[in-house]
Design a protein around this ligand. Sequence first.
Ligand code: ADP
Ligand code: ZN
Length: 801
Amino acid sequence: MPPVGWVKVAVSLPVHGLYTYAVPHHVGVLPEGAEVEVPFGTRKVTGWVVEVLDTSDVEDARSVLARTRDEVAFTPGQLALYRFVADYWLAPLGEVIGTATPSGSTARTRRVYVPTDAGIAALAGEGAAVPDGPLASMLREVIARPGATRTGLSRRLREEVDDPARALTALVSRGWVEGRDEQVQGPRDTERWAVRAPATEDTAALAGLRGHATAARAILAKLADGAVRVDELDAGALATLLRRGAVCVEERPRTDGVHVGEARTEAPPLNAAQSAVIEAVHGAGTWLLHGVTGAGKTEVYLALAARTLAAGRQVLVLVPEIALTPQLLGRFAGRFGDRVAVLHSQLTGAERLRAWRAIARGDADVVVGARSAVFAPFGALGLVVVDEEHDDSYKQEDGVRYHARDLAVVRAHQAGCPAVLGSATPSLESWENARSGRYQLLQLRDRATPRPVPRLSILDMRQERVADPSGGKPREPLLAGAVHDAIADALDAGGKAILLYNRRGYATFVECPGCGAAHECPSCGIALVYHQAARRLHCHTCGYHRPFDPRCAVCGGTFEVLGRGTERVAEGVAAAFPGVAIGRMDADTTAERGAHARILDDFRDGRTRLLVGTQVVAKGHDFPDVHVAAVLGVDHVLGMPDFRAAERTFALVTQLIGRAGRGAAAGRVFLQTRHPDHPVFSCVNDMEAFAAHEGQLRRALGQPPYTRLVLVRLEGVDRAATHAAAVALAEDARARAVAGIDVLGPSPAPMPRAVGRWRYQVFLRGRHVGTFRAWLRQLVPSWRPVPGVRRIVDVDPRMMM
Ligand code: ADP
Ligand code: ZN
């Protein structure tokens, strides 16, 4: 039988280009957006129909094997967005679609892999060492991504290992890795609720019950106030009550993961500056809203959202990370109640799909979400807000390396609606876009509820010394004298303090003073960081960790712990202020779901009065009675080998300052540094001054935002082969370069080895965006894969390490 037609398919593989397939009769007519299974080489892969053809454009087209889902995965409007992403971020269309659409998987469990202690010891060469090659590569990958699936691990190793799945099986059989089954919910759209059956008596329902009596009584008491989800009730007692007809079960639409609440709070009357902003934002375009913390930006977002909803349209609000912005979320929920849907990163595939459908149906019309929410299927988008637009977490650092803020601007443009980008410290890219007229700059210069401007003191730590108790040379203290005194005053006055130290763990380095032995990561070759609570050494690059034995295995001496992280800083602060409760907030203490909110609640309610942490303490919250905010350590951010080091330091310090001095008390703000004369510190809190100074430097050095950058990184276990691939790639690019384009490198990455792979990088730089883009479109898809070497193309890179 002849085929019913032909289609062009984007396959979920890292291959540029689309492939034509015939559609056999038994599959039936396929529309654009259909998800299919197709043969590719010797494999079967998932793909999506992106074009329906009248006739085949190739001879001998292979046939689609099956359609794997009834509903279409995307609409033509969404496809246009995916095509933009593929073109701009130089990613294969199939990978973009795979990233952007929630999976329709109906599996209830999935098998994930984690390393065993024996595996970790084996990688370090203890006992039965792991042989170099596929097994070592796979073991490193499992350690770096504990909890990944076989498919995920295989995808990451496909350039490097011939048969990744076999390597994984071999590791499991040797006891170096173990598989676990993890529950994932099926994509049911309903859930079961128990309700009290009408006209039944408690006494009759409970009569003669023995074993379940207490539990049954508790269920009836709960149901007296209304319906309760079945999974919250005792199953045995519920079954009995059902049998006796006292209780019924109803299927209701699921709400978890979609809606957040029903409370309503009133909008305050806007002040003149806020009203001017609302007036200005109309029609299509992009507005950069610059205002210090507390200037009333969130109130502006809420008012714009209310206006949009009143016009019957939907609102997208992007935030850097849901867990870090509980206050913003609470205010949206408070204002718009159950019209708000939250898309957070912990949703399962099924939950995400459910939220997706609610958005497509128009049941949810304010969507607050992190990065990937930019792909949500709005039918009537009327406003896009990007809060903290400068935040690096908008950039996806894996797979399709898109930037959610930049894509949000494109989405708003496609929808013909406003995009509002807000920040107290806008990125220099957005600032330049505003200066050049592509965006319109709006400023809120004063705080919405006036409060005294905090005073900033810059403390030169080279001048601060305290005696060493063990008789050595005087040392640099953790807290400068002035900081210590200010915290003491704040505590005496019933106030609180926030202290930032931007590195986690206890000690950054452990070394044996006797023989000089140190602990390095076997995968990355860098010093392991000591974590005291866990008594383990951790690699902050690849996640490798091992128990810490304070005795040196070589000479029997006792290891010295050097340098500090938040864990040690908190200990030092506790010693300086005995009896004062301290909270610590960093990636280690916030790993558990809900931990972040708990730490902030404790601090807000006064159960802790000092809050020590990494940059997370500078984000997304605003508390009364914070009398002091101090940056204890930021010099290592400033010293990063990245042209944005000064910009990040500026943003971090300026954001932290915004946290001090709420209410009547004038806040005090301190900055401890060994570089007190660095120009970035003289600009703190003054965006215009910083942008002028930094802009001049960037322009002189040909750096973004005055040029466009693409980072190509080559990674491989074989150092020589990886280097050779980098040289060949740079030569090819250089030979084809035209005026206005520079090819820089190759050079070893600042982090020359990670997760067992050597890393080399080549920068492509263009002065004129049009020429540069056209050149890249020719160049990048022409590169062939190099066996054993992974190639990463990062457009507008944010991480240079
Ligand atoms: P930002 O988002 O810029 O940090 P917010 O919108 O959170 O600022 O405003 C800071 C504080 O001022 C909040 O407590 C907010 O409720 C309050 N606020 C903002 N605008 C007004 C206004 N027009 N009238 C009264 N209070 C306001
Ligand atoms: Zn490592």
